[in-house]
Design a protein around this ligand. Structure first.
Ligand code: F6P
Length: 325
């Protein structure tokens, strides 16, 4: 196997709090291991366009506490084409970059898998997404911070919900995954969560309304996973139609969920995974995502990591039902 001299780092897909901590960790661990480290701007798009700069330790100073990504990010359509990947490979050769560390979610690691299959380039993935939907890792970088952000928002919404005795449908991100909705519902003491992986959330809402919310509680908060067909607005309209006696409101949290300074848990996770990414390259690993499982670092082949069927554990769904009584 040819010796690795230089490594490239990029962030791709949706930004996530903790990505900067991961960039810092890969840069510093890479330099400590004797590698040249190159920052690639705007994800795969920057690799295709050659927006690449050598990173020294001071380039990543003071960023561990910052949200977003100093490398910026993109969802590159061109990288999805063989021609785009060819240009990306040529730029790697131009800068003598022998290996890539890709920080991103499902789409980004799928891109890394395609690239690694086509070209003889060792790629290591770090799970960087607020959605927590990558298989083989208990947590992804950014998820914990976003859970905290949502919880803080819902606590505030609860004040208004209680004061006006209202039903609030709060829509959160997660694309096709319900981790953010389910666990923010537990953390914020919501009455129900409606997630794509489980149909009982909507039933739970019906039971709750059937009992007459005012008998037991002053308000009702339902956290709904975003969905083009049946997000918070869909459920709010349904309840308004079927129960005109209730005062119903919708709050869509949107992109405020993705920004902000990462919590300590995300900073530590990103730092440990970043150091492990460099160690994995030194060990000759390739085409794996570095994850965390039962407090241990694990190497997850890209094929398994990007399978979009990571289950929301039933115990969380059951717990919310009990706790929202
Ligand atoms: O994957 C992260 C995520 O925040 C999803 O939860 C959400 O569906 C999507 O990105 C939004 O993407 P964009 O910022 O491109 O609208």
């Amino acid at each position: 196997m040819p010796k690795i001299k230089n490594i490239g780092i990029l962030t791709s897909g949706g930004d996530a709090p903790g990505m900067n901590a991961a960039i810092r960790a890969v840069t510093r661990a890479g330099i400590a291991a004797g590698f040249g480290v190159y920052g690639i701007y705007r994800g795969y798009e920057g690799l295709i366009q050659g927006e690449i700069k050598q990173f020294h330790t001071e380039d990543v100073s003071g960023i561990i506490c910052r949200g977003g990504t100093i490398l910026r990010t993109a969802r590159s359509m061109e990288f999805m084409t063989p021609e785009g990947r060819q240009k990306a490979y040529e730029n790697m050769q131009r800068f003598a970059i022998d290996a890539l560390v890709v920080i991103g979610g499902n789409g980004s690691l799928t891109g890394a898998r395609e690239f690694a299959n086509e070209y003889d380039v060792p790629c290591i993935g770090l799970p960087g997404t607020i959605d927590n939907d990558l298989n083989g890792t208990d947590l992804t970088i950014g998820y914990d911070t976003t859970l905290n952000t949502i919880t803080e928002c819902v606590d505030k919404i609860r004040d208004t919900a209680n004061s006006h005795e209202r039903i609030f449908f709060v829509e959160v991100m997660g694309r096709d995954a319900g981790f953010l909705a389910q666990n923010s519902a537990i953390a914020a003491g919501a009455e129900a969560a409606i997630i794509p992986e489980d149909s009982t959330g909507a039933d739970q809402l019906d039971t709750f309304i059937g009992r007459g919310i005012r008998k037991s509680k002053k308000s009702c908060i339902v956290i709904v996973s975003e969905s083009p067909k049946c997000g918070a607005i869909y459920y709010a309209d349904k309840v308004k139609k079927e129960h005109p006696e209730f005062d119903v409101r919708v709050s869509i949290l949107g992109h405020l969920q993705r920004g902000g300074s990462p919590v300590a848990g995300d900073r530590i996770l990103a730092s440990m995974l970043g150091v492990s990414a460099v160690k994995a390259l030194q060990e000759g690993q390739r085409n794996v995502m570095i994850g965390i499982h039962n407090s241990s670092v694990v190497y997850v082949p890209f094929d398994s990591a990007v399978k979009s069927d990571k289950p929301v554990p039933q115990r969380f769904i059951d717990a919310l039902q009990i706790l929202s009584l």
